[in-house]
Write a protein that binds this ligand. Structure first.
Ligand code: FES
Ligand code: FE2
Length: 440
């Protein structure tokens, strides 16, 4: 069977197709500053972002107000009272799994004197959220104030007390994935499309139905502008030179933006297998869907999961799988995430901006709820590929940030195989423009 194939570029990084062009090639820019081909002030599609846009906190905030962002999955906060925190610009939030089964996102700030309610990355609360400062306590379901001892026994039920619940931002769950926004969800339409697109790909994993647990998570403050991390994520021209471990997991020719007879044959055989299994596999590209890209890729011959040695990452399978399937389902989501699904675990990644020079990178590895560490998986073996790859990317993103701050900075052109960088930059500019209300 001859199939339209997809070629790889992964990493923190994206898999890419070589057949789309239409924007500037590097050759267009062979002269230099005397004839700049992209203004430092306005964006030109096919080029990197203008410096002032990269470091414009208001632009970044508007993206998170005008779109949903990826905040985690049901597998990160599996049981009632499980929580995970994240930083976004000046604020800290907590995703909390309520006793009622719903997952909400609270501002991690006590209504009394603004102390942080929960300290750290993840954890499990008691029956109430209790502030460590003066023990005001809140419902794990709706964030309502339940008791405030030092204010007297009647305070929580008073009018003032009823207005002292925790602040929340909207959360919406799609296929077990949790999206949040700083904006008004009634006017955001991006997730409707994502839900429709994703369903046939995500259904075999049944993440929304539970049965998972968090095997490991890693969170770090990255010394890089968040846009540099996203641009790095959206191409794999850097992979061969910088991810010598990662590229071993895939057919080598799939990384260079071209294809070879070897990769064509591998992909065709895999596509036939996926067809026979009834698996959705055809690429859903960004250009058609704006906020999301989904694709399934074959792993190297004989590889059973995303591990450096090709052995299963976990001996317990997830979802509806009955064998270790030699492929990965990958999702890239604008503005801030990429998720890789295999038959024995799900690896999630998101990045969120803190300030112009720093962002937070979160990675998690989610396995079957019955999987036991030491028996069914080894944490290092399970997590090595993305921990190593992400660490390699952090250095590149830090370096790109330094370059973007240079007085000599000009937006550079994207190569044809960097089409997802172009898409991301165009998307960012579109959704970060001032709205009518911003302009007054
Ligand atoms: S600051 Fe939280 S109870 Fe006082
Ligand atoms: Fe990378």
């Amino acid at each position: 069977m001859r199939v339209e194939h997809q070629t790889i570029g992964m990493g923190i990084t994206s898999l890419s197709r070589p057949d789309q062009a239409g924007w500037a090639s590097p050759g267009e820019r062979e002269h230099h500053r005397a004839v700049p081909d992209s203004s430092p002030h306005s964006h030109r599609s096919g080029f990197g972002l203008p410096q002032e846009m990269i470091f414009d906190a208001q632009r970044t905030r508007r993206v998170f107000e005008q779109r949903w962002f990826f905040a985690g999955t049901r597998g990160d906060v599996t049981r009632p009272r499980d929580w995970m925190s994240f930083r976004l610009l000046d604020d800290e939030f907590v995703l909390l799994h309520g006793d009622d089964g719903e997952i909400r996102c609270f501002v991690n700030r006590c209504s009394h004197q603004s102390a942080r309610l929960l300290q750290g990355d993840t954890g499990t609360t008691s029956a109430r959220l209790v502030c460590p400062n003066h023990q005001w306590s809140y419902s794990v379901n709706n964030g309502q104030l339940k008791a405030a001892q030092i204010m007297g026994p009647d305070f929580a039920a008073s009018e003032r007390g009823r207005c002292s619940g925790l602040d929340q931002i909207p959360v919406r769950e799609v296929a077990g994935m949790l999206f949040a926004t700083l904006g008004d969800p009634s006017v955001l339409d991006d997730l409707d499309e994502v839900e429709t697109i994703l369903a046939p790909y995500a259904d075999p994993f049944a993440l929304a139905h539970g049965g998972y647990r968090l095997a490991h998570h890693h969170r770090e403050v990255v010394p890089a502008n968040w846009l540099m991390v996203m641009i790095n994520n959206r191409e794999c021209g850097h992979c061969a030179a910088n991810h010598k471990g990662l590229v071993e997991l895939f057919d080598p020719s799939s990384f260079n933006g071209t294809s070879s007879a070897t990769y064509d044959a591998l992909f065709d055989a895999a596509a036939q297998r996926w067809e026979s299994m009834g698996l959705a596999w055809r690429e859903q590209p960004f250009d058609a869907h704006d906020s999301v890209r989904v694709a399934r890729y074959p792993l190297r011959e004989g590889w059973k999961s995303i591990t450096f040695d090709g052995e299963p990452a976990c001996s317990t399978l997830i979802g509806e799988w009955d064998h270790h399937e030699s492929s990965t389902l990958s999702m890239w989501f604008n503005p801030n995430a990429w998720v890789h699904w295999t038959s024995d675990h799900i690896a999630t990644n998101w990045v969120l901006p803190i300030d112009e020079d720093r962002c937070e990178l979160y990675s998690s590895w989610i396995v079957h709820e019955d999987a036991v560490e030491g028996e069914h998986y080894d944490v290092d073996h399970l997590t090595d590929v993305w921990r190593v790859t992400n660490a390699e990317d952090v250095g590149l993103c830090n370096s790109m940030t330094a370059g973007a701050k240079s007085t000599w900075y000009q937006p550079g052109p994207f190569a044809p195989q960097e089409q997802f960088c172009r898409q991301f930059c165009d998307w960012f500019v579109r959704w970060s423009e001032p709205t009518a209300s911003d302009r007054g």
